[in-house]
Design a protein around this ligand. Structure first.
Ligand code: MEV
Length: 336
């Protein structure tokens, strides 16, 4: 039996646009998904999953498409099982063991489908644990590659490498097409607001794609996000290795860019009333900037605020279920 864990993430900038080859900067956060895997001889999969959005469900299935009968939203169960299945397929392929079955327990501190990279973390930790259980040790790069393939399959070809690479390596990363690398970033004062909901990544990505194909100005909006990310990268580069007293200015500038990024994502139709409410609550509380994170439609926002004001304000914001601080996690996938 092997247990591995991997971190979730927030997008400082660039979600959605990254799907079309623009750069993005996700940052791993200290909230992890933990996956325990034990081989079984009958070829079946038994998945027990628990996280902030699921009360906990157990399903046993042969992976032949049968729908488990459990008392949680079918959309969420389908999403969770889709990602676990895809991770299992990758692990079986990597270990050249196509018929092997597993008992899998997913224990996650990351709400499902809420923009904090829960599916990427589950897939990354799942591939690492399942391959190790079969006696194969993959490099972090190969785990990231296989996790990307798994997400790509579940999201029907509409996934970037950003979430999976960030979860595999930890820290702050920069992703542009196939080019993925770790970058230096100061310890940013992230505050997260969670509305208790979730967005359907596939549907939201498809919505942006339709707008982009229909209207040249929507395509321009996507490339403007790319310009904004490049500006953000310059700000981050100036910040690293420089006088720590300069960091407040850096945070202010990053916040301004985050506000701009949220506006552009809103224009692309991926915000929601509750996400906008939390973004405004953070700004009114004095955050340097705030934006939705991930696919949108519901779920989480991320704000930059070194004080307690945003966290307090979020606690009193209608529609906000949880407000909490999240630190950058420099540790990627690891064995527990
Ligand atoms: C989802 O967390 C981020 C998106 O950019 C999709 C992707 O990059 O695969 C919306």
């Amino acid at each position: 039996m092997i247990t591995a864990s991997a971190p979730g993430k927030v997008y400082l900038f660039g979600e959605h646009a990254v799907v079309y080859g623009e750069p993005a900067v996700p940052c791993a956060i200290e909230r992890r998904a933990t996956v325990t895997v034990e081989e079984r001889s009958d070829g079946r999969l038994r998945v027990h999953a628990e996280d902030l959005s699921l009360d906990g469900f157990t399903v046993e299935y042969s992976g032949d498409g049968e729908t488990p009968d459990v008392d949680v939203s079918p959309d969420l169960v389908e999403a969770a099982i889709g990602y676990v299945d895809a991770a299992v397929t990758q692990a079986r392929d990597a270990a050249d063991a196509s018929d092997v079955g597993f008992d899998i327990t997913v224990d996650s501190e990351i709400p499902l489908g809420a923009g904090l990279g829960s599916s990427a973390a589950v897939v990354v930790a799942g591939i690492d644990a399942a391959t190790r259980e079969l006696g194969v040790e993959l490099s972090v790069e190969e785990i990231a590659e296989r996790a990307y393939r798994a997400e790509y399959e579940v999201q029907e070809g509409q996934a970037s490498r950003a979430d999976t690479f960030c979860s595999a390596t930890g820290g702050a990363v920069r992703v542009e097409g196939d080019d993925c690398r770790s970058i230096d970033a100061p310890d940013l004062p992230f505050v997260i607001g969670f509305d208790g909901g979730a967005g359907n990544t596939g549907r939201l990505v498809a919505g942006v794609r339709d707008l982009r194909e229909r209207y040249p100005f929507a395509a321009d909006t996507v490339s403007t996000i790319g310009d904004l990310v490049r500006q953000g990268e310059r700000t981050l580069t100036e910040a690293t290795g420089s006088d720590p007293n300069a960091v407040p200015d850096v945070v202010e500038e990053l916040g301004t860019l985050m506000d701009f990024n949220h506006g552009l994502l809103s224009a692309l139709g991926v915000s929601s009333r509750s996400l906008d409410r939390m973004v405004w609550a953070a700004r009114d509380a004095g955050a340097h900037g705030a934006k939705l994170t991930g696919a949108g439609g519901g779920g989480c926002i991320v704000a930059l605020d070194p004080t307690d004001e945003t966290e307090t304000a979020l606690r009193f914001t209608p529609g906000c279920e949880a407000g909490f601080r999240a630190a950058l996690d420099t540790e990627g996938v690891c064995v527990e």
